[in-house]
Design a protein around this ligand. Structure first.
Ligand SMILES: *Cc1c(COP(=O)(O)O)cnc(C)c1O
Length: 375
């Protein structure tokens, strides 16, 4: 079965092999060296002043960011399940939460964020997804962050990049906390989350808040290549393998470029067979299609063509399906996926199969490559 859900994503074989060794103790020189090298590679990926790894799923990093960086009122952007989660974390942590809410296909605008901040001077942090995975949309986070900082540079900007870090280059100039998670764009099993922090964020964290998720204790330890509590050693070994592979290979630039081309080719291919892209501003992390037959298409993909794609949650259950674009995806697999969607449409009698999806995919993906090589 091909795993094409936008998290968890498929783990490349060389990463699984790297993680297959004996468990090593985390308080050893051997592990400190691995940790140190992984940290260096993460600095390249994040381009932030500090990076912290936590043994938690992505939500743990979201909670640690909110608890440590917001002391009064959080402005959370809810265009989906994950944006909604930031608000829930704030409330559960005894903070006040002001929410900007949209349909799951609609990103936030700079103007409405500016308006909310001007109207509520007690807001001391804003939390937003870069790519909101619930409907596969891209928020204009960089522009929003810049506008927020122009109003008040002390307002912390928390950007959930769980389906964005490793997908595209993120301009971190105005971002104080950038979050990633192991099982999405980083192609690892679940259980590790990462936070990139600005020096302004480190200042605000001070002595930190909470206990396990207290970022002050982790900053202190991790700058010495160790962790406050037991490190997720195996996942960190896997992370080093994946980051090394990209860094020593074609680099992150090539990965971002391939991902963008693949996402575009997939969307064009599916639109060419009459399907509709759900978000008004699609993220590159996934291709999201809204369709009345979404459930049927999804189950046919699984049963007849060996492809596992994700459905929708809450009110979008049975209404959308989401195809992953994150990671080192073999291009032949992606062509098979769009072809399988076209076959599924033929099976339910929606259109006659004529190979349009794979043709449009190939044209879109490979023509640009050939054109570039000929120049
Ligand atoms: C998956 C995801 C999360 C939550 O991560 P968990 O690892 O499930 O805790 C948060 N934000 C986004 C955008 C995600 O895609």
């Amino acid at each position: 079965m091909l795993l094409f859900t936008p998290g968890p994503t498929a783990v490349p074989e060389f990463v699984r092999v790297a993680m297959a060794g004996e468990t090593i103790h985390h308080r050893t020189a051997e592990f400190e060296e691995i940790f140190g090298e992984t940290r260096e590679l993460l600095f390249k990926l994040f381009a932030t002043d500090e990076v912290i790894m936590l043994a938690s799923s992505g939500t743990g990093a979201m909670e640690s960011a909110v608890v440590n960086l917001c002391h009064d009122t959080l402005l959370s952007i809810n265009s989906g399940k994950f944006g909604e989660r930031f608000g829930k974390i704030a409330v559960a942590s005894g903070l006040k939460n002001i929410e900007i809410k949209h349909d799951w296909d609609t990103p936030a605008s700079v103007d409405e964020v500016v308006e909310a901040i001007k109207a509520n001077p007690q807001i001391d942090a804003i939390a937003i997804q870069i790519s909101e995975s619930a409907g596969g949309l891209r928020h204009p986070v960089e522009e929003i962050a810049k506008a927020v900082k122009e109003i008040n540079p002390d307002i912390m900007v928390i950007a959930d990049g769980i389906t964005a870090v490793g997908v595209e280059r993120i301009a971190v100039e105005h971002i104080d906390c950038l979050i990633a998670g192991s099982q999405k764009a980083l192609m690892l099993p679940p259980g590790l989350s990462i936070l990139g922090l600005s020096s302004r964020a480190i200042e605000k964290i001070g002595q930190g808040k909470g206990y396990y998720l207290n970022l002050a204790s982790e900053i202190k330890k991790q700058s010495q290549n160790t962790t406050a509590y037991t490190a997720a050693t195996t996942l960190i070994i896997g992370l080093r393998a994946i980051l090394r592979h990209i860094d020593e290979g074609d680099g992150f630039g090539k990965l971002y470029c391939d991902t963008a081309r693949r996402a575009k080719a997939t969307r064009f291919a599916l639109e060419a067979i009459g399907l509709h892209s759900y978000p008004t501003a699609p993220a590159r992390s996934m291709t999201t299609i809204d369709d009345n037959d979404a459930s049927e298409i999804r189950s046919l993909l699984k049963s007849d063509f060996g492809v596992n794609v994700a459905g929708g949650q809450d009110h979008l259950k049975g209404k959308i399906f989401r195809i992953n674009q994150m990671g080192l995806i073999p291009i032949n697999e992606m062509v098979w996926v769009v072809n399988a969607v076209e076959l599924a449409l033929a099976k339910i009698g929606r259109r006659e199969f004529d190979g349009t999806a794979s043709r449009i995919f190939n044209e879109t993906y490979f023509k640009t490559m050939l054109n570039r090589e000929q120049k």
